[in-house]
Every structure is written in structure tokens, then in C-alpha cells.
Design a protein around this ligand. Structure first.
Ligand code: F6P
Length: 532
């Protein structure tokens, strides 16, 4: 049951509507910087491991003031405290939401004894496997999907320089055999460790891939399933039935998309080792403390979420693009898609009332500079305004200084270009050697005009380390929590994935039998074509 005001019932919401009409709709970033030489200082925030420049967003101090009022009226701090305390804030499943407990220091936070018992056991196991001379393991295959895949799949390449050089990591998620088949082709059963990662241990894709791996293992002379298969799950009994004896458990209060800090992080621990895994947890914990303690006006996850709400509900922006200027973060956009869109892609409030306002934006992106040569055209000159989030890392872990300088200059240039744009008058004065000579100058200048005033946020990390990555991920988790809390939705269930699963179970036998009775004409015809 909802005990707090919903955002649209607050005075701040009405004030924001008025503020948007008076100052928001026509807000111009260039004028704002012109008017206020201290704008960068006023709208930048230092959080643990992450510095954020928010000044290229369409906000002024009044906007932030009203947004903070909104957070207060919606009881954000009480909601946040309830999450940390372990209240059952996932109301539709009657569960607590305690991923923060997974990274709390020993003795602190709820369930500390259980959490640290599993953590210690998992890290000891990881260290034993990392002793490759003794374990004989050279390949680790993580079989999982969604939250049981995307976290480790994102973190392992992000921390590439910390990864054990003698072990190759593979991630299999799709039920498409084109995913697992090429991985298995390159493996030797005697040198391979399979991790079956599934909170429920019932997910169709994961179980199908796990059975395929087991069949391959046995068919290729593999012996000792107990040594070469390990499970990370809350369903220990099902893992045992599969034949797995080494299992690292976790709890129903860890949501799939918040689970990389739990046993689901085993591939990460195998890759970077116990000490670095603990540093990842410590980085996340430092962001937890910041979220729990910093005043709202200096609280980075809160500020990012407030700007998200401002853009989504007042400006009407429908998506946000994430541009990590670090190749290691190439899977971050995919990870954030699940985190944000599975959490906040909801259309009813906590009482089940249909919402009269928008919730999760589409989150998408690619590492810079690849995105620049693909879809940035649309970001600069398309008809939609899409806020962009740049992630820049000051110090690389390679010594190719020339490349790194170019990477950083590209990132800075893009946020600058989005904001400054180029007027038609400027375009008229420029030479355009590749332009058609048939076209008159005025028409050409219109094609070469950039509207500018396109907002962006820049997040700066000093280095990409386990600690800073932990803090960055926790920053995103708390931002998603905050916008979900303001929207009055349950960010911790995912009923939207159920219908497709049920229909798939109905269609699977029909693909074999050809029975199309009761199907809509499109699905029936497609099924017939697929069988023909
Ligand atoms: O897609 C739905 C979902 O339940 C995700 O929330 C979850 O991360 C994923 O499936 C995998 O579930 P499991 O870990 O139980 O296999």
C-alpha cells in the first residue's frame, strides 16, 4: 500500500509544471553559461570515486529547488531508509531489497553473518581455482541470463587489466545454440569450469544451455561433473538435482539485476581475485553511504534521478544515451538497460492505479568513439532531443598516451558540440569542400546547421578500478531507485517478462506438432512457415 504522496499529487509537481512553462521549455544552455560564470561550480558534484558535471543540463537553481521539494514531498528519504533497513519494499513479491547488505562491511548491515559466510567461501573457492597449476582450469564459462549474466559480463572486461592472465572467460546467455556452440568448440572439458548461474534455477534459456554443456562435457570425455560444474543460485535443491554439488547461495532479497555483488559475482571473483572483488564491494559501499547520508542537493544518485524525472515528465524526452569513453565499459549500456528498464518500466503505481505520467526512458548506447560514427548524427541534428551521459576516465591502464588524449578530446568535443551547436550564419561563413557545387549556399547552410542546446551529463572517474567501478554501478542502482520512488512504482518486480515466457511454453510443442488451433492468424502463419 502507498503511504507516501505520489509525485503528481505534490505541490512541487504543480510548481515544476509552472516552472517548466515559464523557464524550462525555452531554457537555453548557452545563455545560462553566459549569464552565470560560476555555472560549472554550481552544478558539479563530487561523490565517492565519481565526479559529475551536471552543468550542461537544462536546469537552473530554481529547477533543482523544486525537484528537491518533490523528493521531500514524496518521502524519498524515508523510502531510501526503508530499503536499507530491509523493509519489504518489493510489495508485489513481499520481499526486502537488500543488495546494499551484500557490500556492507562484516558486522554491519542486515544478514551480515550469512552474507560474509557465503562471500568468504566463494572467494576461497575462487582463489583455489585461480591457482591454475593446481586446479587445471583455463576456461570459465558462465551460463546465465539477465541479471545472472549482464553484471559479470559487463564487469569482467571492464576490469581487464586485473583479470587472471591464464584463464579465459566466456559468457553464454542466449537459448540460441549459436551462442554456446562456438564457445564449446574451443574448449577442453578437463580445463573448463562451468558456472550455472540462475537465481531460480528454472529459467528456460539457462537450463537449456546448462544441459547442453553437460551433454557436451560427457560426450567429450569429461569426468567429474562435481568438479567442473558449479552453481550460483537461491535454489540449492534444484542445483543438486542437476548433479552439482558445489553451490554458492544467495537470498530472495537480492534481485537478479542487483545480484553481481552476491554469489552471481563468482565469475568476477574468479577473474580479478578475492582482494579486488572486496574492493569492488567497498567501492559500492562507499556510494551506498553517500546515497544514505549526503544532503539531497549534494547527493549524486538523487540529483541524476531528479534530472531524469525533469526530462522525462516535463520536457518529454523519451530516451537517454550512455556513451562510455572506455572500451572496457562496452557492455555498460546493456547492463543499464536491464537495471533501469526492467526496474522502472512500469505503468501502475504501488496500489495498481494506471499512471497518468511516463516512467522509464529507453536507455541505450555504445562506447565512444564508435557511437560518434554511427548514431551521433541523430543526436546532433535529429528531431528528438536525447540527453547523453558521457563517462570519461582520466588515467588509462595502457601506455598509449596519444590514443588516450584523442579519446578524451573526442568525449569533450561531443558534449561541447551538442550544447553549442552551429548557427546557420556560422555555417554560411564556413567552407564545405565536400558539398555539392550545384546547391545554393543558403540551402547548404541549413543542412549544416546544428540546433545545439542538447543536454548532457559528464561523469569523470580518475581510473577504472574495482573500487571506482563498484561505486559507479551503485550510483546507477540508487539513481534508478530514486526515480522509481518518485514515480511511486515498484522498481523491484518484473511481471512484464512473464507473458512471453508462458506463450513460449505454449508454442514450443506446437512447433513440433504443427497445431495452430486458437492462434492468431499472424502467429499461425509464421509457425507454418517455420515448419515448412
Ligand atoms: O528476465 C526476467 C528475469 O527474471 C530477470 O529479472 C533475471 O535477472 C533473469 O530473468 C534470470 O533469472 P534467473 O537468475 O532466475 O535465471
Amino acid at each position: 500500500m502507498r503511504t507516501m504522496l505520489r509525485c503528481d499529487e505534490t505541490e512541487a509537481w504543480a510548481a515544476l509544471r509552472g516552472h517548466y512553462e515559464a523557464h524550462g521549455r525555452d531554457f537555453d544552455l548557452r545563455d545560462a553559461f553566459e549569464r552565470d560564470p560560476g555555472r560549472f561550480e554550481s552544478f558539479s558534484v563530487e561523490a565517492p570515486e565519481v565526479f559529475a558535471d551536471l552543468s550542461k543540463n537544462r536546469i537552473d537553481s530554481a529547477t533543482l529547488h523544486f525537484l528537491i521539494d518533490l523528493a521531500s514531498e514524496c518521502g524519498l528519504e524515508a523510502r531510501r531508509d526503508a530499503m536499507f533497513a530491509g523493509d519489504a519494499i518489493n510489495t508485489t513479491e513481499g520481499r526486502a531489497v537488500l543488495h546494499t547488505a551484500l557490500r556492507a562491511p562484516r558486522g554491519a548491515g542486515p544478514f551480515s553473518a550469512e552474507v560474509h559466510e557465503v562471500l568468504d567461501a566463494m572467494l576461497a573457492y575462487a582463489e583455489a581455482v585461480r591457482d591454475t597449476a593446481a586446479s587445471g582450469i583455463k576456461h570459465v564459462v558462465n551460463i546465465g541470463i539477465g541479471g545472472s549474466d549482464l553484471g559479470p559480463q559487463m564487469v569482467v572486461p571492464a576490469l581487464d587489466t586485473f583479470v587472471h592472465p591464464g584463464i579465459a572467460f566466456h559468457f553464454v546467455s542466449n537459448v540460441d545454440g549459436h551462442d554456446i556452440a562456438p564457445v564449446l568448440r574451443r574448449l577442453d572439458p578437463a580445463q573448463t569450469l562451468f558456472i550455472v548461474a540462475s537465481k531460480t534455477f528454472t529459467t528456460q534459456e539457462t537450463m537449456a544451455n546448462a544441459h547442453a554443456a553437460k551433454a557436451w562435457f560427457e560426450a567429450n570425455g569429461g569426468t567429474d561433473i562435481a568438479r567442473h560444474f558449479v552453481a550460483t543460485t537461491t535454489n540449492v535443491a534444484a542445483a543438486a538435482e542437476f548433479g552439482i554439488t558445489t553451490t554458492f547461495g544467495f537470498w530472495d532479497w537480492v534481485g537478479g539485476r542487483y545480484s553481481l555483488w552476491s554469489a552471481i559475482g563468482l565469475p568476477i571473483a574468479l577473474a580479478i581475485g578475492a582482494e579486488n572483488f572486496r574492493a569492488l564491494l567497498a567501492g559500492a559501499h562507499s556510494m551506498d553511504r553517500h546515497f544514505a547520508q549526503a544532503p539531497l542537493l549534494k547527493n549524486l544518485p538523487v540529483l541524476l534521478a531528479l534530472i531524469d524525472v525533469w526530462y522525462r515528465n516535463f520536457h518529454g524526452f523519451t530516451s537517454r544515451s550512455v556513451a562510455p569513453y572506455h572500451q572496457g565499459l562496452k557492455r555498460l549500456p546493456a547492463y543499464l538497460q536491464q537495471l533501469e528498464m526492467e526496474s522502472n518500466g512500469k505503468r501502475v503505481d504501488l496500489d495498481g492505479n494506471t499512471l497518468p505520467y511516463a516512467t522509464s526512458p529507453v536507455v541505450w548506447g555504445e562506447p565512444g568513439t564508435n557511437g560518434q560514427h554511427a548514431y551521433f548524427q541523430m543526436l546532433h541534428q535529429g528531431t528528438d532531443v536525447i540527453p547523453v551521459e558521457f563517462i570519461l576516465v582520466k588515467h588509462p591502464t595502457h601506455d598509449l598516451a596519444d590514443l588516450h588524449a584523442k579519446l578524451l578530446a573526442n568525449g569533450l568535443a561531443q558534449s561541447q558540440a551538442l550544447m553549442l551547436g552551429k548557427t546557420t550564419a556560422q555555417a554560411l561563413q564556413e567552407k564545405a569542400p565536400t558539398a555539392s557545387k550545384q546547391l545554393d549556399a543558403a540551402t547548404l547552410a541549413k543542412h549544416r546547421t546544428f540546433p545545439g542546446n542538447r543536454p548532457s551529463t559528464t561523469l569523470l572517474l580518475d581510473q577504472l578500478t574495482p573500487t571506482s567501478l563498484g561505486a559507479l554501478i551503485a550510483l546507477y542502482e540508487h539513481r534508478v531507485f530514486t526515480s522509481g520512488a518518485l514515480w511511486g512504482i515498484n522498481s523491484f518486480d518484473q511481471w512484464g517478462v512473464e507473458l512471453g515466457k508462458a506463450l513460449c511454453n505454449d508454442l514450443l510443442p506446437r512447433l513440433a506438432s504443427g497445431d495452430t488451433q486458437g492462434l492468431d492468424a499472424s502467429t499461425a502463419s509464421l509457425l507454418r512457415r517455420l515448419r515448412g
